[in-house]
Design a binder for this molecule. Structure first.
Ligand SMILES: Cc1cc2nc3c(=O)[nH]c(=O)nc-3n(C[C@H](O)[C@H](O)[C@H](O)COP(=O)(O)OP(=O)(O)OC[C@H]3O[C@@H](n4cnc5c(N)ncnc54)[C@H](O)[C@@H]3O)c2cc1C
Length: 536
């Protein structure tokens, strides 16, 4: 990927076939799909890539067992279609970035034989809908076996469990890998570049957008033949920017997660809590050395600040503790996340938890803006595929076949599960660092280690005793457009999700390395470790 300064030069006042607004999962998927289908594409992101919803997900590549139950109970054909599509998309996500994804077994503890029967039938149906895309068949797990596999469970009244398999991924890194792959395919991309206004041609169609550079405040224009609005929760703002008075379509549902030490569950398997007080499901999933517990659902507006409240923490711990022999307390929480699901509604007052996670593509007949709304991470690729069909139709071009179904993302070529061992052998790094680098960068880990080889100062861990290296900060700044401490710690390295305490400790070193990279005069690097600490 180019540096921000280089990208600014290539984008400022230039013309493209397609301009994608948004750098989350949807926008990055659309940008890659369009560029691979021979449309000269530019992507503009107001803040950092994946800094909104796309790094706050439950990190599951799934159809959704809850949506299956909802589809059956409410005879909801739309929900069933989303489920089927997502179950098939799982395979492409797993295949396209093996270092960022894996399969994960989920155990649903049962306390009577009726629930065993209920979940066995339900999960067999889940397998059946997936058909050839099924990852592994669901099965009954005896009481002895579940207590062996998940020893922290409260054994009282437990009769057994039902196990099933879904996918799991690193959402922030997957997003960065999509952007990187798009850039390597010849696309132009820029973060911290907010679209602030539209310019129309005489027929009323958008011909250009005005863009503001977050750091300098400098404004410039980007022209394109088609504009894709892939701004997730912010989609209505762009729709109304294009056509003032456009009817709002987005309904936002806030969801939070807490991260706990892994030994709270002492298991490689994930726990599915099948029924919450508000009729939803909860997960406790081993992820990147932590236990990710979530999520909640509460309707919010685009103007609400997203932070984790004490009530939300209590809700998550109350449900989790019903399953554990030794209850977890809030002081064991190591970090939290909060995000807003961008759900699309056709009107009505259905609760957000009942809205289908389907996507919708809207062509605004007045401005020509193509908005892709709703959907989920798991379906980002097929959403992009459909959006680019809409773009081709709008441009009067023939429909071309999708190119992303089997298109490995950057870092995947030559990757295998034991790849990290070659890093230990060739570069002499500690096993934990090798595993961390392989999981975050795939085979691009070599480039990070090359930096460490050239400068011994960069071969040192960011925090004593932890896996991430200082070289990753420099790699993020030079190759992945990281421009702030949080860009590095949250979305490039993942330390912020692992532990707030450790990332606060790492912040001064990250600030210094960024300052050295960009020069002290750059506004972005004036963010101090203290600013960062206050923010998280
Ligand atoms: C709690 C939670 C759990 C979830 N769990 C899962 C899961 O396990 N599996 C799954 O498949 N899905 C899951 N999802 C859904 C999934 O995360 C979202 O569907 C997906 O991330 C949405 O991506 P997006 O790109 O549409 O939106 P976003 O990631 O929000 O990206 C939109 C981007 O547009 C940018 N933008 C806004 N305005 C402008 C502008 N004017 N100019 C330029 N850029 C702009 C924003 O800065 C933002 O980065 C979950 C969602 C939540 C909230």
């Amino acid at each position: 990927m180019k540096t921000r300064a280089e990208a600014l030069q290539s984008i400022e006042n230039k013309s493209f076939d397609v301009c994608v607004i948004g750098g989350g999962a949807t926008g990055s998927g659309c940008a890659l799909e369009a560029q691979l289908r021979n449309l000269r594409t530019v992507q503009l992101e107001a803040m950092d890539f994946a800094s909104a919803t796309s790094s706050t997900s439950t990190k599951m590549i799934h159809g959704g067992v809850r949506y299956l139950e909802q589809a059956i109970r409410e005879f909801d054909i739309k929900e069933y279609e989303v489920l089927t599509r997502a179950l098939h998309e799982r395979t492409h996500m797993l295949w396209n970035a093996p270092y960022l994804t894996k399969t994960q077994q989920f155990l649903t503890p049962c306390f009577n034989w009726w629930s065993v029967l209920y979940f066995e039938i339900g999960l067999k149906l889940y397998d059946w809908i997936a058909g050839r895309a099924s990852l592994a068949p669901s099965s009954f797990v005896s009481r002895d076996e579940i207590l062996r596999r998940m020893p922290a469970l409260d054994p009282r009244s437990l009769v057994g469990a039902v196990a099933y398999t879904d996918g799991q991924f690193d959402d922030a890194r997957y997003n960065i890998a999509l952007v990187n792959t798009f850039a390597e395919a010849g696309g132009e991309t820029l973060n911290y570049a907010r679209v602030t206004a539209c310019e129309k041609s005489t027929d009323g169609k958008i011909a250009a957008v005005e863009v503001e550079d977050h750091f300098s405040g400098h404004r410039f224009t980007v022209r394109a033949r088609a504009f894709i609005n892939a701004t997730g929760p912010y989609a209505d703002i762009i729709r109304q920017m294009a056509t003032p008075g456009a009817r709002p379509r987005m309904r936002l549902s806030k969801g939070v997660h807490i991260l706990l030490p892994l030994d709270v569950l002492s298991s490689r398997d994930a726990l599915l809590i099948p029924r919450t007080e508000d009729g939803r499901v909860l997960f406790a999933i081993p992820w990147s050395g932590r236990l990710l517990v979530g999520t909640t659902e509460q309707e919010v507006t685009v103007h609400d600040e997203l932070y984790v409240t004490r009530d939300e923490v209590d809700y998550l711990l109350r449900h989790l503790n019903r399953y554990l022999a030794y209850p977890v307390t809030p002081d064991q929480i190591v970090s939290c996340t909060a995000g807003a699901r961008p759900l699309v509604s056709s009107g009505g007052s259905k609760e957000t938890k009942k809205l289908a996670r389907d996507h919708e593509i809207e062509l605004d007949p007045l401005s020509g803006l193509i908005s892709i709304m709703g959907g989920k991470w798991t379906t980002h690729r097929v959403m992009a595929q459909d959006t680019v069909y809409a773009v081709e139709e709008y441009l009067g071009a023939p429909a071309t076949p999708s190119q992303t179904m089997n298109h490995p993302l950057v870092g995947s070529a030559g990757y295998s599960p034991d790849y990290w061992q070659s890093l230990v052998k060739e570069w002499g790094v500690h096993e934990l660092t090798a595993q961390h680098l392989a999981q975050k960068f795939g085979t691009r880990a070599q480039q990070v280690l090359q930096l460490a080889k050239q400068d011994a100062d960069l071969a040192v861990p960011l925090v004593d005793g932890l896996a991430p290296l200082r070289a990753e900060v420099v790699y993020g700044a030079r190759n992945e457009m990281a421009a702030s401490i949080e860009d590095v710690l949250a979305r490039r390295i993942g330390l912020q999700f692992y532990s707030w305490r450790d990332s606060i400790q790492a912040a001064p070193a990250v600030a210094l390395l960024l300052a050295r990279e960009f020069g002290w005069s750059d506004v972005a690097t004036r963010e101090t470790a203290a600013d960062y600490t206050e923010k998280i």
